[in-house]
Design a protein around this ligand. Structure first.
Ligand code: 3PG
Length: 392
C-alpha cells in the first residue's frame, strides 16, 4: 500500500484518521495512552514536512449523539503535551464552524475534530457525511489500524472522495501481522486464550492452516476439556461449542498441527481472589469447582514449545490474570514469549495488560493497537479500511 513517504505532503491539508478510542476512568483520565503515542511518528513526520493536520477519531460508542463524556477533549490535551505543540479541538467534526477552522489551518498546525460518532452517519458510512469530511482536506491518511475493520465514513467512505494512504502505524501493523499470516519464519506458534471460544473461532480456524503449534488456554480451554469428555465442574463451558471444539481437535490432527491444550488446571471453589484453590489434572476437576488458570505441567509444556519458536502470535490470557492466584499461566507464557527471541506479535487488551503487569512488554516485537481489527486480520479477512488505501 502507498504510505505517507510516497506522497508530497508539503503545504497540503491532510485528513488523518487515528484511533484515539482510549480507555478512560470515571473522571475522564486516560488510563492507557498507547494508541495516542503510537501515532506520534506519523504526526511528527507530517508536521515536519509542512502539512496541516486535521485529526479525526471516534471515542466509545455514543450512538450518534453528542454525549459530553465521550468528548475527545482529554485526548486533545494529552496529545498536545506529547507533541509539545498546540492542538485545537473543534466543537464538532462537520459543519460551518469546523469548515472555517479547517480552512484557516496553516502548515504545521493541528486541528482535532470532535468525536466522529456524535453523528450516526459515521457508522452508517453515509455518502453525504463522507463528502463533508473529505471536503475539509485534500488527502486522507489512515493511521487507525484499530478501526480498519469497520467500513465507517472516516475509514472507508471518505476514500471515495479523496485518496487515502497509510500512516506509519498502519504500515507497521500490516507489516507484522501480514508477515506472520502470509510468510512466517517457522516454527510458527500461536497462543490463543480469553474467556470464550465463540470470540475466537475464526482465528483458530484460520491459524490452524498456518501454524506449526497452537496453544489454547484461558476460559475457552474449558470447552476443549469438556469436548474430550472430562467433567468440568462449574467451569465456564460453552455447551453449544462442544462439537466445534471436537472438530477443531480433529482438524489440528489432520493438518499435523501440534495442538497444546491444558493437561492440568488451577481450580477454585468460587470466582474470587481469596477462593480456595487446588492444582489438578483435567481428569480430576472437583464437582462444584471451576478452572481459572492453566496448571504447572501445562505451563511447562507451553513454555517448551515456545522456546524454539521463530514467530509467535498471542491473543488472550491463559487465566483470570487480574487475580494473582490465577495469573501464573499468563505470566509463564509472557516470560516464554519474551525469552524465545521469536518475532512476537501480541494483540488484545487483556494480553497487553498482562504483559505490562509482568514488565515484559518491551521484549515483544510488535504490540498491536488493534483489538477486533487484529483478530479479523488473523481470521484472514480483508479489512475495509486497508482495502480502501491506495496501492503503490
Ligand atoms: C477498538 O477499540 O477496537 C476500535 O477503536 C473499534 O471500536 P469499536 O469496536 O467501538 O468499533
Amino acid at each position: 500500500k502507498k504510505n505517507i513517504r510516497d506522497i508530497d505532503v508539503a503545504g497540503k491539508k491532510l485528513f488523518v484518521r487515528v484511533d484515539y478510542n482510549v480507555p478512560m476512568d470515571k473522571n475522564g483520565n486516560i488510563t492507557d495512552e498507547t494508541r495516542i503515542r503510537a501515532t506520534l511518528p506519523t504526526l511528527n513526520y507530517l508536521l515536519d514536512k509542512g502539512a496541516a493536520l486535521i485529526l479525526a477519531s471516534h471515542l466509545g460508542r455514543p450512538k450518534g449523539a453528542p454525549v459530553p463524556e465521550f468528548s475527545l477533549a482529554p485526548v486533545a490535551k494529552r496529545l498536545s503535551e506529547l507533541l509539545n505543540k498546540e492542538v485545537t479541538l473543534a466543537p464538532d467534526c462537520i459543519g460551518e464552524t469546523v469548515e472555517a477552522m479547517a480552512k484557516a489551518l496553516k502548515p504545521g498546525q493541528i486541528l482535532l475534530l470532535e468525536n466522529l460518532r456524535y453523528h450516526k452517519e459515521e457508522e452508517k458510512n453515509e455518502p453525504e457525511f463522507c463528502r463533508k469530511l473529505a471536503g475539509l482536506a485534500e488527502l486522507a491518511v489512515n493511521d487507525a489500524f484499530g478501526v480498519s475493520h469497520r467500513a465507517h465514513a472516516s475509514v472507508e467512505g471518505i476514500t471515495k472522495f479523496i485518496p487515502a494512504v497509510a500512516g506509519f502505524l498502519m504500515e507497521k501493523e500490516i507489516a507484522f501481522l501480514g508477515q506472520a499470516v502470509a510468510n512466517p519464519v517457522r516454527p510458527f506458534v500461536a497462543i490463543i486464550g480469553g474467556a470464550k471460544v465463540s470470540d475466537k473461532i475464526g482465528v483458530i480456524e484460520n491459524l490452524l492452516q498456518k501454524v506449526d503449534s497452537l496453544m489454547i488456554g484461558g476460559g475457552m480451554a474449558n470447552t476443549f476439556i469438556a469436548a474430550q469428555g472430562y467433567a468440568t465442574g462449574k467451569s465456564l463451558v460453552e455447551e453449544d461449542k462442544l462439537e466445534l471444539a471436537k472438530s477443531l481437535i480433529t482438524k489440528a490432527r489432520e493438518q499435523g498441527v501440534n495442538l497444546l491444550l491444558p493437561v492440568d488446571v488451577v481450580i477454585a471453589d468460587k470466582f474470587a481472589a481469596d477462593a480456595a484453590t487446588k492444582v489438578v489434572g483435567i481428569d480430576a476437576i472437583t464437582d462444584g469447582w471451576m478452572a481459572l488458570d492453566i496448571g504447572p505441567v501445562s505451563r511447562d509444556a507451553f513454555a517448551k514449545a515456545l522456546a524454539s519458536a521463530k514467530t509467535v502470535v498471542w491473543n488472550g490470557p491463559m487465566g483470570v490474570f487480574e487475580m494473582d492466584a490465577f495469573a501464573k499461566g499468563t505470566e509463564a507464557v509472557a516470560k516464554a514469549v519474551a525469552a524465545s527471541g521469536a518475532t512476537s506479535i501480541v494483540g488484545g487488551g487483556d494480553s497487553i495488560a498482562a504483559l505490562e503487569k509482568t514488565g515484559l512488554a518491551g521484549k515483544i516485537s510488535h504490540i498491536s493497537t488493534g483489538g477486533g481489527a487484529s483478530l479479523e486480520y488473523l481470521e484472514g479477512k480483508v479489512l475495509p479500511g486497508i482495502a480502501a488505501l491506495q496501492d503503490k
